[in-house]
Design a protein around this ligand. Structure first.
Ligand SMILES: Nc1ncnc2c1ncn2[C@@H]1O[C@H](COP(=O)(O)OP(=O)(O)OP(=O)(O)O)[C@@H](O)[C@H]1O
Ligand SMILES: O=C(O)[C@H](O)[C@@H](O)[C@H](O)[C@H](O)CO
Length: 158
């Protein structure tokens, strides 16, 4: 399990702690780091998780394809062994949960800018499982587990 926040450069954490939203430019080195982690996990043959706010479609493309995603001409197909879990919920529920959290650098005030930027993975984005955060956390975990198992190649029965 890789927590995306651990890969932010220190200046990004400082910025967010001061209540300033990050820009695309701030996020680029971080997204490239996330891409590196995903590639290493893919090569390892293990299952891996990365938790982060992949708010915009371009961010998700960079996570999948690295800096080639910045080239509008190239739209490589989505790798079949990587998928997104989109944890969605309404503003008030996310805000309420953030307010009940203590000792986190991310202030609840920044949530407005995050919702403004959010491009939900609708339309033609592949390999996305939608999960409603209002559900019980154990049900969510169970659905994720089932989803992962369903994507694994089934053993051939002779
Ligand atoms: N399905 C759920 N039911 C009840 N509480 C939940 C659920 N999911 C998360 N929470 C609670 O909401 C709070 C925020 O969750 P968490 O810190 O995991 O979010 P996060 O997406 O990692 O946030 P950030 O990106 O800001 O670090 C935590 O206190 C967590 O226990
Ligand atoms: O792209 C960003 O603005 C950041 O990754 C944020 O989303 C925070 O780090 C996160 O929400 C706190 O965990």
């Amino acid at each position: 399990l890789h927590e995306g926040d651990d890969l932010h450069p220190q200046e990004n954490i400082v910025k967010m702690s001061q209540g300033e939203p990050l820009t695309d430019e701030d996020r680029l080195p971080w997204l490239l780091q996330l891409h590196g982690v995903i590639q290493r996990e893919r090569c390892s043959g293990r299952d891996g998780f990365v938790t982060c706010s992949a708010l915009k479609r371009l961010y998700r493309q960079i996570m999948l394809h690295g800096s080639t995603a910045l080239d509008q001409e190239i739209r490589p197909p989505a790798p079949p062994d990587v998928f997104f879990l989109f944890l969605h919920g309404d503003f008030s529920l996310v805000h309420q949960r953030m307010m009940s959290r203590t000792a986190h650098f991310m202030k609840a005030d920044l949530l407005h800018s995050q919702f403004e930027l959010l491009e939900p993975p609708l339309g033609d984005e592949e390999n996305v499982l939608f999960l409603d955060i209002a559900r019980d956390i154990n049900d969510i975990a169970l659905e994720v587990e089932k989803h992962i198992i369903s994507l694994k190649p089934q053993p051939v029965k002779l």
